[in-house]
Unconditional design. Sequence first.
Length: 391
Amino acid sequence: MTELLVRLFVKDYKDTEKVAVRTAYGVLASGAGIFCNVLLFLVKFIVGTVLHSVSVRADAFNNLSDAGSSVIGLAGVKMAEKPADEEHPFGHGRIEYIAALIVSFLVIEVGFTFFKDSIGKIREPEVLRFQTVSLVILILSIGVKLWMGAFNRKLGKRIDSQVMLATAADATGDVITTSATVFSLVFWRITGINIDGIVGLGVSLVVMWAGVGIARDTLKPLIGEAATKEDYRKIKEFVEKYDGIVGSHDLIVHNYGPGRSMASIHAEVPNDTSIEDSHEVIDKIERDAARELGIFLVIHMDPIETKDETVLRVKKQVEDAVAGLDKRSSIHDFRMVDGVNQINLVFDLVVPHEYSDEKQKELMQQIMEQLKTVDRRYQCVITAEKSYIEE
């Protein structure tokens, strides 16, 4: 079913790096969400009214909010498609995240409204009415939501869309809430005990929690999050596969919306290679990254020693000293300024994010003391920094 819809409504559906294709996926997901959720709302609202069930009506209005969410998501996807302009040189992709954030607040608001209604029903319960046909309709709605969750999850993974993955999680939450509603009706039928208000309370809490989860996932790229280990590996391997590149470090990725990223990285080149030759390699990597990875990559060139055995030996001593004190820390940009009475070792030290300023200073002092035991002439000039990659 999913593949059939994709082939029917998404042109060039395999080329998911294109903005137009991503937009078509978003329109398809939003359209399916609007249709299914409006249908579920109408059915559940009628059922809830007939049964005098606050939990069923709460579930119905949750579906209506989901339909509204799909409308907002559709508007966000279409606005995010707008190309870059003078005021927004990296495009409008983040509008998709803003739309998802609005959706999360709507979900929380609906959950809070029915939280209050459920409290009222606990205090003054209404008489429930059990009808088999209504129960069957609710069970069928669970099947619809299961499909919607799988549908959005599959498309979200295909185009790496946090919004679709959040929608999939919300649909899974709806499955839980509707299942709870069915349970309350069956429980009342078997025992005669009305737990509708209590179940409605649970439904409202699940709805609100789903809204908080969507907000949390959406705020991450808006605030600015660390590059994933997978992105780090992919970009690092891409840069280092070129002749003339010895290594790389200090990767920073800026997200301007799904499929729209800018990154900067330091590429290490041999210090005995001419600047013109290294610059030509760097330019080629940047052009290829834009074409093959879809990333606007800016590369800083770091010349390093690759042949002087003395420098390489001392660098290894420093790396061993750092690894012996903290295996999670590392060094780069190593330079050695040799002298008769003093040898300056200049390098950057990357430490874990949880390190305080005092912890950084302590580690730096320990490194200097340990290297002094190797050669008393060693003087360290260390610049401590933290990685922009998720740990």
